[in-house]
Design a protein around this ligand. Structure first.
Ligand SMILES: Nc1ncnc2c1ncn2[C@@H]1O[C@H](COP(=O)(O)OS(=O)(=O)O)[C@@H](OP(=O)(O)O)[C@H]1O
Ligand SMILES: Nc1ncnc2c1ncn2[C@@H]1O[C@H](COP(=O)(O)OP(=O)(O)O)[C@@H](O)[C@H]1O
Length: 615
C-alpha cells in the first residue's frame, strides 16, 4: 500500500499535504488538476505544446484535462501520477492529490487507511449548481472526518451573472456543507485558469484566496506521532515477577517514567520501564511500534485496555453513536447483537433504537436501515462493557472501528460520540459509576492454602469487618462452590483447574458490580492461579494463607485429613496431591503463629489499602 512515499520525492520538501479532489467528472475535476499543473510550471513545454496542438485540432481552447491522461504514460515529468494519485512539489511542500473515483472505491480506499487526506477540493459546476453529486460528496467528506474543504465553483466563465450566481451558490453550499463548512468557496474557470493560481480580472468582486492560496493554507492533519498517546493493550505477560503490558502505540509517543492512565478502569499508573523484544529496555517508543510497558506496582491490565496520558485521554462509554459504511448484505436491526472492534478491544454490543441509513445513490437519509448495504448507517449501540474510543471530530484516525456480525465484517466506520444516556433510564450501570458511588476500587483478593490453613475463617472474618466499615464485599468460598456450581467436579488436576477457572469467573462477575471479592480456594497449582490472575479484569491480589501441613492436619476441622490418611479420600491436597505455594504472594499470613483476630486484622488492613480510592 502506497501512502506517504511518492515515487518522486523532492529531497528539499519539508512538508506534505494530501488533498483529495472530489466532484463529478463533468464538473471539471481533471481540467482543474491539469490547469493547476500547468500554472505551477510543472509541465514540460513539449507537453504544453501537445495539449495546445491537440485542442486546436479539435477547434477548442486548450483542454487541460488531456494532461492527466498523457502524463500517465510518461515518467520524466515533474509530476508523478498513477490511477488515483498525483505527486508534485511546490514551494518546498510535497503535495499528493488523491483523485476520488467512484464513491464506493473512494470510501473503501479512505476507510482501509490507504489514504488519509488533510483537505479536500470539492469541484462544483456553477452552471449546473448543487446536484446530488455535490450533496453526496459533501456527506462523504464529513463522514470521513475531512474538515478542511475548499470548494472550487467551476465554469464561472460560462455565467452571465457570475457575481449574483456566486452569491446564491455559496450560500446554498454553506448550507449543504454545514457538517464541514468550507474554508473557501472560490469562483474558478479551470479551463481559463481564473483564480486557479492567478487572481482573475473577470471576478473583481471576489477577494478571497485562489486555489493555490487555499492549498498553501492547508494544515497537515497531525501525523500519528503527533497525536495524543494511545497504547492499545494486546496482552499481559509475567516475566521474572514483573507484569509486562504488551501493546501497540497507536498514536503519540511514550517515555519510561511517564505517568499514564489505564482505561477503562481509570487507574493512574506509571510506565515504570519500556521494553522491546529483543532489544530489552528502551527509553521511549512512538506510534507504529509494539512495546512492553512495565507498570509500577501490581496493576491489572488486559487485552483491549488503553494506556493514555492523564490529561489527554480518550472517551470511555458503554453507549455510543457510530457512523458506519455498511458492507454486509443486510442492514442492522434494533436489538441485534453485533461485535464492535476498536483497536484491540472486541466487545459485544446491542443495537439500540432504529438505525438510519444515508442512501449514497439518492443522496438522502432513509428512515430505517433496511437497504443499508454500501450506504452510511448512523446507529446507537450499547456495549456490555465500557469502550475506550476517540471521537471522529477529535481524531478520525483514532475513531476508526469495525462492526462484526458473527465473524463477518458488517460495517467499517467511526465512533462519533458517547450516546446520551438520559433518554431511557441511563443504560447499564458501569463499574466506574459503581466505584464512584462506593468510594472503593473493586478487587479480587485470592486466598490460597492447604485445607485447614484458615482460608474460610479469615475470609469470613475479613468480610465481617469490611462490611462493618461500609465496604461492598463478598466471599467466593471453595466449599460453597463445590456444593453448588461445581458438583460435577472431583479433585483430579484437571478438575481443580476447572474449579479455579470457575471461581475466577464468579469473582469477576461480582467484582464487576463494584465488590471487593475475597476468594478462598485451595487452588494448589501455580499455573491455575496465574491463569486466574491473567483472566481477571480487575485488580487481583494473591494471599498465601500459610500453615504447615502438620498444623493443618492437627486442626483437621472436618476430619478430612484423617480420612485421607485412612485412604478413604483420594488425591487429598498435602497427602497424595501436591500443593505448590506462591513464590511471591502479595500477602502471606502465617496462621500457625498468628491468632485468628491478628491474621484477620492483617488481611483487612491489606484489603483496605489496595482498594482505597486514591490508588
Ligand atoms: N481430595 C481433596 N483435596 C482437597 N480438598 C478436598 C478433597 N476432597 C474434598 N475436599 C474438600 O474440598 C475443599 C477444597 O475445594 P477447593 O475447590 O478449594 O479445591 S481446589 O481449589 O479445586 O483444589 C476443601 O475445603 P477446605 O478444607 O475449606 O479447603 C475440602 O473440604
Ligand atoms: N490464625 C488462624 N487463622 C485462621 N484459622 C485458624 C487460625 N488459627 C487457628 N485456626 C483454625 O484453623 C481452622 C481453619 O479452617 P478453615 O478456615 O476451614 O480452613 P480452610 O478454609 O483453609 O480449609 C479453623 O478451625 C480455625 O479456627
Amino acid at each position: 500500500m502506497q501512502t506517504e512515499s511518492p515515487p518522486l520525492a523532492a529531497a528539499t520538501a519539508t512538508q506534505v499535504a494530501r488533498i483529495v479532489v472530489a466532484g463529478h467528472v463533468d464538473h471539471g475535476k481533471s481540467t482543474l488538476i491539469g490547469r493547476l499543473m500547468y500554472d505551477l510550471g510543472l509541465l514540460h513545454q513539449s507537453k504544453i505544446d501537445d495539449v495546445v496542438a491537440a485542442s486546436s485540432r479539435r477547434g477548442v481552447a486548450p483542454e487541460w484535462s488531456y494532461v492527466l491522461d498523457s502524463l500517465q504514460e510518461e515518467r520524466d515529468q515533474a509530476v508523478t501520477i498513477d490511477t488515483t494519485r498525483i505527486w508534485f512539489t511546490h514551494r518546498q511542500r510535497r503535495y499528493t492529490i488523491i483523485d476520488a473515483p467512484g464513491h464506493r472505491q473512494f470510501l473503501a480506499n479512505m476507510l482501509s487507511g490507504a489514504s488519509e487526506a488533510d483537505a479536500a477540493i470539492l469541484v462544483v459546476d456553477a452552471a449546473a449548481g448543487i446536484g446530488e453529486q455535490t450533496l453526496r460528496h459533501a456527506y462523504l467528506l464529513a463522514f470521513l472526518g475531512i474538515r478542511h474543504v475548499i470548494v472550487a465553483l467551476n465554469k464561472i466563465d460560462l455565467l452571465d451573472d457570475a457575481r449574483v450566481r456566486y452569491g446564491e451558490l455559496s450560500a446554498q453550499l454553506r448550507d449543504a456543507l454545514r457538517r464541514t463548512p468550507p474554508v473557501a468557496v472560490i469562483p474558478v474557470s479551470a479551463s481559463r485558469g481564473d483564480n486557479v493560481a492567478a487572481r482573475a480580472a473577470t471576478t473583481p468582486w471576489y477577494d478571497g484566496p485562489t486555489i493555490v492560496d487555499a492549498l498553501e493554507a492547508v494544515r497537515r492533519v497531525a501525523p500519528p506521532v503527533q497525536r495524543p498517546l494511545r497504547i492499545a493493550v494486546q496482552d499481559v505477560y509475567r516475566r521474572d515477577g514483573a507484569r509486562i503490558v504488551a501493546g501497540t502505540v497507536a498514536g503519540g509517543t511514550v517515555a519510561s517514567g511517564d505517568p499514564l492512565v489505564l482505561l477503562p478502569a481509570d487507574v493512574p499508573v506509571v510506565a515504570h520501564r519500556l521494553v522491546r523484544w529483543p532489544d530489552g529496555d528502551v527509553a521511549g517508543a512512538a506510534a507504529g511500534e509494539t512495546i512492553g510497558v512495565v507498570l509500577d506496582g501490581e496493576r491489572f491490565a488486559g487485552r483491549g485496555d488503553v494506556l493514555a496520558p492523564p490529561l489527554d485521554r480518550p472517551q470511555v462509554a458503554q453507549r455510543l453513536v457510530l457512523e458506519m459504511f455498511w458492507v454486509d448484505v443486510r442492514g442492522p436491526l434494533q436489538n441485534e447483537r453485533l461485535r464492535l472492534k476498536r483497536g484491540t478491544q472486541d466487545v459485544p454490543v446491542v443495537v439500540d433504537g432504529t438505525p438510519s441509513a444515508y442512501d449514497i445513490e439518492e443522496a438522502r437519509t432513509l428512515g430505517a436501515a433496511g437497504d443499508a448495504q454500501h450506504n452510511i448507517v448512523t446507529l446507537q449501540v450499547r456495549a456490555t462493557s465500557p469502550v475506550v474510543f476517540d471521537r471522529r471530530a477529535d481524531d478520525p484516525h483514532g475513531a476508526r472501528c469495525v462492526l462484526l456480525r458473527g465473524s463477518r465484517v458488517a460495517a467499517i466506520g467511526f465512533t462519533i460520540d458517547a450516546a446520551d444516556a438520559s433518554g431511557d433510564g441511563g443504560g447499564p450501570v458501569t463499574l466506574v459509576e459503581r466505584e464512584r458511588r462506593s468510594g472503593r476500587r473493586a478487587a479480587i483478593v485470592w486466598l490460597t492454602g492447604l485445607s485447614g490453613a484458615g482460608k474460610s475463617t479469615l475470609a469470613r472474618a475479613a468480610e465481617r469487618e469490611l462490611f462493618e466499615r461500609g465496604i461492598a464485599v463478598s466471599v467466593v468460598d471453595g466449599d460453597l462452590l463445590r456444593s453448588t456450581l461445581n458438583t460435577d467436579l472431583a479433585f483430579s488436576d484437571e478438575d481443580r483447574a476447572e474449579s479455579v477457572r470457575r471461581a475466577a469467573a464468579v469473582a469477576g462477575i461480582l467484582a464487576e458490580t463494584g465488590h471487593v471479592v475475597i476468594v478462598s480456594l485451595i487452588s494448589p497449582f501455580v499455573s491455575d492461579r496465574a491463569r486466574a490472575r491473567d483472566a481477571a479484569r480487575h485488580p487481583f491480589y494473591e494471599v498465601y494463607v500459610n500453615a504447615p501441613l502438620a498444623t493443618c492436619e492437627a486442626r483437621d476441622p472436618k476430619g478430612l485429613y484423617r480420612r485421607a490418611r485412612e485412604g478413604a479420600i483420594r488425591s487429598f491436597t498435602g497427602i497424595d496431591s501436591p500443593y505448590e505455594p506462591p513464590a511471591s504472594p502479595d500477602l502471606e499470613l502465617r496462621t500457625d503463629t498468628l491468632s485468628v483476630p491478628e491474621a484477620a486484622a492483617e488481611l483487612v488492613a491489606f484489603v483496605d489499602g489496595v482498594t482505597a480510592p486514591s490508588r
